[in-house]
Design a protein around this ligand. Structure first.
Ligand SMILES: Cc1ncc(COP(=O)(O)O)c(C=O)c1O
Length: 427
């Protein structure tokens, strides 16, 4: 029988581990009450009372955006001039950089990631990801019909530059072109941030590999505004201007975390390359994707971001408010990481940000632990190589003792005398 869907999409199923785990936490909360549930599944920030965090500075500024602005299409497919200026200000001016770049407004970071694959690879060409990475990277690649080759993210608890290099060389050899993803700082799901030295070594690899063909480096900065170095992290962007003309860097920006505005769907691709001609081709291609796939981005969302970025007083208020929650994440991270160490629960090297990941190399054991924790009303996201603990969504009082509860559950499973089957219908 002929299908309604096309041959290339007929076996696509939408399986999203984050949404799935989150739904489990929501259902358990309804059934047992919030006090009996640890919701470490959501990748969104919840305050200490368990309420979704909404920055006052952002939402009061949003209230002041005129209805007409909210209702209107944006004045440009690429994003209005003030939005373009705002993105530049946010990323570059705050560290005194003036970088020649092209900006395309996108629906969130996801739109930026997707458009970058679509416009740099053809179906069947391979995209390079970290082995431990944000789940939807896989979905986005599937959507574009691009197989994935992973580099191993860590070796001895530091960024595995050798694996990154080997993977890039292999893909360059096979297809004469590379598109490689790096998610930094506050990597999702491990909370790792690369050192300056690691960045230097990665960029040396980029330079070397680009001698053989075009190299597109995608730098996913979704969590940039929650890093502990603050604005000075942004100095990294200068280095992208010094790369050879066979390199295009696409910085993918997301306002979701920055503004606690996940539903507003505002983001951007920022194209940096010394090869202006090629960069402009990419800009046009991405502009066409914008028009042909989502049209314009949420005008009210872009306006509020622009208002905050371009008004020094408003930005200062935002920065102060955000800092409170950067500090709170540090406290939460300290509790979980310290206790994990005390009880001997293995975790990947966490530095900062929304997530810590418990390391479990044995996939079967990891799946069993995931189920067992669910039965205890503890919800994490099952990722490659471990279980992601969203400390952004767990208040401090629920973090105390959590590492021990997880370690006890793990010990139960590894003790062969114990039964391994989870017991409740929540599985
Ligand atoms: C690593 C990473 N990149 C990109 C995104 C994109 O987010 P959005 O599309 O909401 O901007 C997310 C969101 O969770 C993320 O975790």
């Amino acid at each position: 029988m002929k299908l309604f869907v096309s041959d290339i999409v007929h076996d696509k199923e939408i399986i999203d581990t984050v949404f799935e785990a989150s739904q489990g936490a929501i259902d358990a909360t309804k059934k047992y009450g919030i006090e009996h549930v640890v919701n470490g599944a959501f990748g969104t920030y919840f305050d200490e009372t368990g309420k979704l965090l909404t920055f006052d500075t952002v939402y009061r500024a949003f209230d002041r955006v005129d209805d007409i602005q909210k209702a209107k299409y944006a004045s440009s497919i690429m994003g209005p001039p003030e939005f373009q200026e705002a993105v530049k200000n946010w990323l570059f001016k705050s560290v005194d950089l003036d970088i020649d770049c092209d900006i395309i407004a996108t629906p969130g970071g996801t739109g930026a990631l997707s458009s970058t694959i679509k416009n740099t690879l053809t179906r069947g060409q391979t995209v390079i990801h970290p082995d431990i990475g944000w789940g939807p990277y896989t979905t986005i690649a599937k959507e574009q019909g691009t197989p994935i080759k992973n580099y191993t993210l860590f070796k001895d608890n530091v960024f595995n530059v050798e694996s990154f290099k080997e993977t890039c060389l292999q893909v360059m050899h096979d297809q004469g072109k590379v598109l490689a993803f790096i998610n930094d700082p506050c990597q999702n799901p491990t909370g790792y941030t690369m050192t300056e030295d690691e960045w230097d070594r990665v960029l040396d690899v980029v330079k070397e590999v680009s001698e053989q063909g075009p190299f597109v480096l995608l730098h996913d900065i979704a969590y940039i505004d929650f890093n502990l170095k603050g604005e000075s992290y942004k100095k990294i962007f200068k280095r992208f201007t010094e790369l050879p003309d066979n390199v295009l860097t696409v910085v993918t920006f997301s306002a979701s975390k920055t503004l606690t505005a996940y539903g507003m769907r505002v983001g951007a691709q920022v194209l940096i390359s010394s090869n202006e001609e090629q960069r402009i081709k990419m800009k046009h291609a991405c502009g066409n994707t914008a028009r042909g796939v989502w049209s314009t981005v949420n005008n009210g969302g872009m306006r509020v971001f622009s208002d905050i970025a371009l008004n020094p007083e408003l930005k200062a208020t935002y920065m102060a408010e955000k800092q409170t929650f950067v500090d709170l994440l540090v406290e939460r991270g300290d509790i979980f990481v310290r206790e994990a160490k005390e009880v001997g629960l293995p975790i990947y090297p966490y530095k900062e940000g929304f997530f810590v990941t418990i390391r479990i190399d044995d996939a079967l054991l990891k799946n069993e632990l995931h189920l067992k924790l669910k039965a205890l009303n503890i919800f994490f996201v099952n990722v490659y190589g471990g279980l992601r603990v969203a400390i952004c969504s767990i208040p401090k009082d629920k973090l105390y003792g959590l590492a021990k509860r997880v370690k006890d559950a793990l010990d139960d499973l590894t003790d062969t005398d114990e039964e391994t089957e989870p017991k409740t219908e929540t599985d």
